[in-house]
Design a binder for this molecule. Sequence first.
Ligand code: EPZ
Length: 423
Amino acid sequence: MDKYVIHGEIPLKGTVAISGAKNSSLPLMAASLLTDEPVILHNVPDLMDIRTMIALLTYLGKKVTIEDTHTLRIEEVSSQSYEAPYDIVRKMRASIAVLGPLLGRRGRARVSFPGGCTIGPRPVDLHIRGMKALGAEIVIEEGYINATCPKLKGTSMNLLGSFGPSVLGTENVMMAAVLAEGTTVIEGAACEPEVADLAQCLNKMGAKISGAGTSVITIEGVERLHGVEYTTIPDRIEAGTFIAAAGITGGEITLTNTCVAHLAEPIEVFSKAGVEIEILSHTTLVARGKTIRPVEVETKPYPFFPTDLQAQLMAMVTLADGISIISEKIFPDRFLHAAELCRMGADIHVDGAVAVVKGVPRLSGASIMASDLRAGAGLVLAGLAAKGKTEVLRIYHIDRGYEHFEEKLRALGADIQRRPQEE
Ligand code: EPZ
């Protein structure tokens, strides 16, 4: 197990190229199960979660070749298997995204019930609701979701849950519906760019999907899908993380290879929080940390402020000249990073799904622990701004979702090293 050793108070300066989106690449990889022809994906980030999905696809009869780091070639060897085993799913909840494609094309799926994680219980009732609506018989036993249906039938459904739409739930049902008989209408669909990216790729494979990116998606079932060569969108959460890095260190970072259109709300919020953001083109922006002002923010489904940037924003506003209020409307328990930030001298009071952050003049370095990949990123940002040495433990969480994170930060001038945790 590794840790980061960071010496702070260095304003980050330079240019960083944003990697492909993890949360787009994972469902796109799962979509390869919908065809027996080759699927080639470009701009796939080099991450632990991608390697876990490669292992799962291999288990399910695909041959996956990594070409020049960021291109995956996925070819079918056999289509007999339909099981996603516990020891893979427990490493990555997004494995649930194979449920829809397996059911849609192989007529059955046995997927381990994904456990919860530190950001919340992570139920999958909306996924199951959608599969049942399409005609699947679902039996939950021995910790597995057993789904069978020789041929799914299109229908209308509402996938809204008590915390709003489900991103993976929408993607799972969309993938199940593309080969169903007849038309499916999903109301209460997630509007995230990653959902639209998946729909665009599926349409290139021969699917007939309209409305993706809005809350009503229509899928006209087709006989089969053919292979595809496709490039994933940039990672908007990595981009937001580097905007926050400029803000918290008082530096100046140029972000390239990003998609400014997917960052409207983060740009709005980080600008209010004092980051000067200059848009140079639709793929390039400059973030300058000028001052840090308090903000009041609620995390909500896209296009509003994403829950995956909540920890990074919180880290930054611990140094604001006033009191910030952050309400977590997606994962109400997603505040484990607050206590770690308080170990560095932050003044944060968490009451249920609301964190009140009273700005302090300075953070001081400490040993702190990552609890999920975005919390880990937020703690690294705090270490970059803090006086003295910070050690961030359990950075395997960060390795799941940030490509070459310490290398990218070092190229911007950060003093950050990866070390064995026991050192
Ligand atoms: C996706 O997870 C992302 N992961 C998450 O990013 C992200 O935090 C989340 O969407 C919200 O934006 C991937 O895309 C791989 P949800 P997902 O279903 O789809 C509740 C990261 O950091 N819910 O949209 O699993 C759920 O508990 C990860 O990269 C149900 O109630 O999240 C939550 O409160 C972390 N029943 C809300 O809906 C369900 O069946 C939104 O969850 C499913 C979800």
